[in-house]
Design a binder for this molecule. Structure first.
Ligand code: FAD
Length: 378
């Protein structure tokens, strides 16, 4: 057993935990990340990283590397899923940084490189943690244990850290699933159709979001939102099929039919969420990202909120110093709760960018430019 009283332990090396690791490390903190997965894997899915996130990646020298490998759409188009009529054309430029769409695995790989070697320990599934007032004791499934001065729960929607703070409670199944498929752009060449950089096709009760995930535009990706009464499977996802997709999008636009025809493999993910939590921290433990405010993914801002959390938490710990962690956590929540809850609410409602609205409140946000509110707690 190691005794590392001043170490900040982060549980989970997802997009939020890895951002927290890099940002805290670059601010001079001693950080360890404990991740349950046996190793790093390239998950088959895409992700949007908006200008609000790129401004954070600038701080850890990752923004240009991400831009180099991403597709950088100039607009988000919303279109009627049946007729193709344009419902909105939202500019994605002019918010102070670039808008990227990218492969999640490639994004994660870049994030791993922003941390000192050995920062992330894999195969460390946290099973128990106990704040004894002077530090936190952490126990892992492999029988090992450690201690840390502060624990950041970045362990996702089924967070063990959240459970320790607030008790066991299953997340709410939203009644929706998301299908995800990565398509080789080569397969789209045979269609006499235009495949736009970033487009959301809207039906009355379902949608399909589509975009490229590489700068070479050789991978095209779709993710849906489709009503699905009950989730009766174990595990994070199940296999879906072309047949299921054709049935779900029968009568939809020829571009959608072509995408389904070009699909080799498609998976189906339940969409869960939680109501806003009554607290974000207690004692030496604090939550961020999906552990704290999971949402339906329809604004493409869930990971962005996790990364903004990581940046604001780092900023608050710098402001107060790590020994005044209670003040730092209070400051962090005071500066994050309203925004994260607003994004959670709009994302769950699935209305974002359906009509010609101004998304500056999301993309124009700069976590470093905002004056810190509620300084009195510091
Ligand atoms: P996670 O990414 O869930 O990471 C948690 C990590 O903790 C994992 O690595 C996990 O293995 C680890 N862990 C869990 N329990 C333990 C334990 N006990 N011990 C140790 N490690 C543990 N967001 C966007 O910003 N843009 C998008 O385009 C977008 N698209 C999405 C599409 C879909 C279909 C879905 C479902 C979500 C989408 N999101 C998107 C949301 C985004 O994926 C999440 O909000 C984001 O991954 C949350 O990051 P996180 O780091 O908080 O949690």
């Amino acid at each position: 057993m190691t005794t590392e009283k001043q170490t900040i332990a982060i549980i989970g090396a997802g997009l939020g935990g890895a951002a927290a690791g890099a940002l805290l490390q670059s601010a001079g903190f001693d950080v360890k990340i404990f991740e349950q997965a046996p190793s790093f894997t390239r998950l088959g899915a895409g992700i949007h990283m908006g200008p609000n996130v790129l401004k954070i990646f600038q701080r850890i020298g990752m923004d240009q590397k991400l831009i180099d490998i991403s597709s950088t759409p100039s607009h988000w188009f919303s279109r009627n899923g049946m007729t193709g009529e344009y419902l909105s054309r939202i500019p994605l430029e002019g918010y102070g940084a670039t808008y990227c769409t990218v492969h999640r695995g490639d994004l994660s790989a870049l994030q791993m490189d922003t941390m000192a070697p050995g920062t992330v320990e894999f195969n460390k599934r946290l099973t128990r943690l106990e704040d004894n007032g002077s530090d936190v004791y952490l126990e892992f499934q492999d029988g090992t244990s450690t201690r840390a001065a502060i624990v950041i729960g970045a362990d996702g929607i089924n967070s063990r850290v959240r459970e320790t703070l607030l008790g066991a409670e299953r997340p709410n199944y939203s009644g929706w699933v998301g299908h995800r498929a990565m398509i080789s752009a080569e397969k789209l060449k045979k269609f006499d159709l235009t495949f736009e950089d970033c487009v959301k096709w809207w039906g009355p009760d379902r949608h399909m979001m589509v975009y490229y995930t590489t700068s070479r535009r050789d991978e095209y990706y779709y993710v849906t939102g489709v009503p699905h009464a009950a989730w009766e499977f174990d595990g994070a996802f199940v296999q879906s099929s072309r047949e299921e997709m054709f049935a779900a999008f029968a009568g939809y636009h020829p571009v959608i039919q072509a995408l389904i025809e070009a699909t080799d493999e498609v998976t189906k993910w339940p969409l869960f969420n939680r109501n806003p939590l009554p607290l974000w921290s207690q004692g030496r433990m604090v939550l961020l990202g999906d552990a704290c405010h999971p949402m339906k993914p329809h604004m493409a801002q869930g990971a962005a909120m996790a990364i903004e959390d990581a940046a604001m938490l780092t900023r608050c710990l710098q402001e107060t110093g790590p020994n005044a962690y209670s003040a730092a956590f209070a400051l962090y929540e005071a500066n994050r709760r309203e925004r994260a809850t607003r994004v959670q609410t709009v994302s769950n409602a699935n209305t974002f960018l359906l009509t010609q609205e101004d998304p500056s409140w999301v993309y124009g946000y700069d976590v470093y430019a905002e004056p810190l509110q509620d300084k009195s707690v510091a």
